[in-house]
Ligand binder design. Sequence first.
Ligand code: PMP
Length: 323
Amino acid sequence: MDKELPLFCYFQGKVMPLSEAKIGILTHAFSYGTGCFEGIRAYYNEEHGQLYMFRAREHFERLHNSAHILLMKLGPSPDDLVEATRDLLRRSGIYTDAYIRPMVYKSDEIIGVRLHNLHDDFYITVQPFGNYIDIDRALNVGVSSWKRVDDNMIPARAKVTGAYVNSAFAKTEAQLNGFDEALMLDANGHVSEGSAENLFMLRGGVAHTPPVTDNILEGITRTTIITLLRDELRIPVVERPIDRTEVYVADELILCGTGAQIAPVGSVDHRTIGKGGVGDVGRALQSLYFEVVRGNVAKYSRWCSPVHSEARRAAESQVAVAS
Ligand code: PMP
């Protein structure tokens, strides 16, 4: 089975088995959260016999931006990083949906919190991966008592490892209180995002999403959805601040992200959204999104980078599944 394949990673300048990649316990990023990372998906298209990385270049561009904000130097260009990831997925023999985790981090094994005068290291891992949250039903969401980090605290725009403690507080509070996911407000009381998802609110035939100045991660899925809403579903999109109680009276609410994919919301703080359940736009977006990410829509094939040099023949895939 694919899950038992020996996985390879890129670590400290070379390719090695994932099981051999280790860091010391005094590593700066481990103590202080001084790392930045990405989460990228690759989707296997059974018919094409091909694995596609979705918008990998854009993810690596964002990684460069995060590193820049943290005063880190990431030598390889976004295109080099796409190439290195392709190589890992090939070597690991992955022919199923997969998750790619690159990270740049302060690697010195020292005591002392700062960003400057430190060394950076970099890794990429790949692994088979399915759904991160259940997207076949609408989610019940609760507004978190934890505020989203502000740009002048830990910039949400940079995907900083340490900032995920903020997300973890929110997610755990939501789940311990019986919700599936958290909705986070920023210090101004505007809705910013989920614990690891951007959001879209539908009201009166218009889709609204918080602007990039409202303490959100500038999500790759967010930009994908903006394009699909405007150009395919013909729904206007407005980027503007969103109030807490606006989402209570929304027709539909949709969370989106690389991990969550397209996750429609059925209730917020026990208020039913629209008719409850998965709404029409949520459903339409889900089916369109999965066609796009699996490389089935020619217009958007530029977003899908094929991994394997040759398509795997159907007979081979069947043998792999059966074994
Ligand atoms: N917000 C946060 C806080 C996230 O962690 C993520 C997941 N990376 C997102 C939004 C969605 O971003 P993307 O669509 O680029 O995965």
